[in-house]
Design a protein. Structure first.
Length: 442
């Protein structure tokens, strides 16, 4: 049986940030990814947009590893809404390469792709070991569920929530696609990298789309066209269809939904070609993976709510922050509900929402943390998930070093101290763990 300090399931943004943080804090880490490649949604079903990570005073509330992923973005503010301001975006191919570079630099970190967790074996209140798809038995002192849909926790018989209160309906899913060779001179504003230029593009394409929709030429329930530019300003990534009724926790549901997504993509491409700027545009790719916005949310020691988000919650056990809006893609395909975080423009995510209620040595390190349907719609993006993952990885390493894997004994003040050393944004008291010495400075 293989033994490590920290085992992390899922190598999307949360799992990668958790693995980096834990390894940089001195833990021996194994990161497992069921897919053949790391990267998760941000690489394999990207929307290109770098989601909001500043408070209203333009101060970043997501630093740390998020800044290592998108260094260029920190020259600008995601709270700059002037028409001439850049709409900050990324290229998923560059993000993938950056992930690989950062992971390969950590000597205490091992990554295995094409190998997920098949079963979880408990010893009372603790998880003892897992068995992988390849039949390997792996024991760890702390486990982090960084799967998008809380799969590890579900296998460990942890309680979970799913969908909105009342009917359990999940946010709609999207199949994204990219287009290049756009003749920008045939647009009303020949520049779609800026907020003003992009808004003009949306208006032009949405007018065309709504006419086609009225004529019955698409079954897409979405009310408008949304696309984001790549950083080079020459290509666009379309996030413009809504596939409803997709439950990623049901085997085969995600794969089955892709056929509907492909049909909606093809319908929109045909509509776009009616615009002179897109007449000769090329379809560069259609994603192989559905963009799934919601799955299981694992019950933690605290359930983060919409009221917490919109009330700019400040918690004594704060370990992460989020500035992104409440952003609910209607489960029935209706209009998206977008609500800005008021006042300071951000809220705290408490450590208790990262601690699985039903296990002593299990942390949550991705969008599967403990929150309501509405709160989840805010923190589910890379800015929030990267902060959650970094906090979970840091806490796991501290629990291994000081508490024999008991994650509740990792004090928030210690976690914030180490996060601050890793140049992450924190608020609240910080205390150095007893005898702490930064492992990567030795």
């Amino acid at each position: 049986m293989t033994k490590v300090d920290v085992l992390i399931a899922g190598a999307g943004a949360g799992g990668i940030c958790a693995a980096l943080a834990a390894a940089r804090s001195g833990a021996r880490v194994l990161l497992l990814e069921k897919a053949d490649q790391i990267g998760g949604t941000g690489v394999h079903s990207p929307v290109s947009l770098i989601c909001k990570f500043h408070g209203t005073d333009h101060r970043p509330v997501n630093l740390g590893i998020h800044r290592e992923l998108f260094p260029f973005a920190y020259l600008h503010s995601t709270q700059d809404f002037r028409p001439q301001a850049l709409r900050l975006t990324y290229d998923e191919r560059e993000l993938y390469q950056r992930y690989l570079m950062l992971l390969s630099a950590e000597p205490l970190l091992t990554v295995r792709t094409g190998e997920g967790v098949q079963s979880v074996h408990r010893d009372g209140s603790r998880i003892g070991h897992v068995i992988t798809d390849l039949g390997r038995e792996i024991a760890a002192r702390v486990f982090i569920d960084a799967t998008a849909n809380g799969n590890l926790s579900a296998m460990a018989d942890c309680r979970a929530m799913k969908g909105r209160e009342g009917d359990g309906a999940l946010q709609s899913a999207t199949l994204v696609f990219g287009m290049g060779n756009v003749d920008v001179q045939k647009l009303k504003v020949a520049e779609f990298k800026t907020r003003g230029g992009l808004a003009s593009l949306w208006r032009e394409l949405s007018d065309l789309y709504r006419k086609a929709k009225k004529e019955g030429r698409t079954r897409n329930p979405k009310s408008s066209v949304v696309a984001f530019p790549y950083p080079d300003g020459k290509r666009l990534l379309f996030n413009s269809n809504e596939v409803t009724g997709v439950d990623p926790t049901v085997p085969g549901a995600e794969e089955a939904s892709k056929e509907k997504g492909r049909e909606l993509v093809q319908e929109l491409i045909e509509i776009l070609r009616e615009h002179p700027a897109f007449e000769n545009a090329t379809v560069e790719f259609v994603a192989n993976k559905m963009g799934i916005r919601e799955g299981r949310r694992i019950l933690g020691d605290y359930i983060l709510t919409e009221q917490d988000c919109l009330g700019e919650a400040r918690f004594d056990d704060m370990v992460a922050a989020c500035a992104y809006e409440i952003d609910i893609h209607d489960p029935g395909g209706g209009p998206t509900r977008m609500v800005n975080i008021p006042g300071s423009g951000y809220y705290h995510i408490p450590y208790r929402s990262l601690v699985a209620a039903d296990a002593e040595n299990l942390l949550l390190g991705s969008r599967c943390i403990s929150g309501t349907h509405e709160a989840h719609s805010s923190y589910r993006v890379i800015s929030g998930v990267s902060a959650v993952g970094q906090a979970a990885g840091t806490a796991a390493a501290l629990a291994v070093r000081y508490a024999n894997g008991d994650v509740r004994a990792a004090r928030p003040e210690w976690i914030r101290f180490v996060l601050r050393e890793q140049v992450q944004f924190v608020e609240g008291n910080v205390y150095s763990p007893p005898g702490w010495k930064t492992p990567y400075s030795e």
